[in-house]
Design a protein around this ligand. Structure first.
Ligand code: ZN
Length: 65
């Protein structure tokens, strides 16, 4: 579970923009020029640029839960 407090301190590792929580499984970069998406695995956000790169082209609606 990612809490609101945790969201406040998390930032995109690529561009350092804020992240938005989608469901309980994804953190989405709020920078339109970046749009990397980071999965949350077993409650741990995987904030790696290489990981976010994989989902840049995937629309938010199509991300797996
Ligand atoms: Zn970003």
């Amino acid at each position: 579970m990612v809490s609101e407090n945790m969201l406040e301190i998390l930032a995109c590792p690529a561009c350092h923009s804020k992240l938005a929580l989608v469901g309980d499984s994804w953190l989405i970069c709020q920078n339109d020029a970046c749009r990397r998406k980071y999965p949350i695995e077993d409650g741990i956000p995987v904030l790696l640029v290489e990981e976010g790169d994989k989902y840049v082209e995937v629309p938010v609606e199509e991300l797996g839960k």
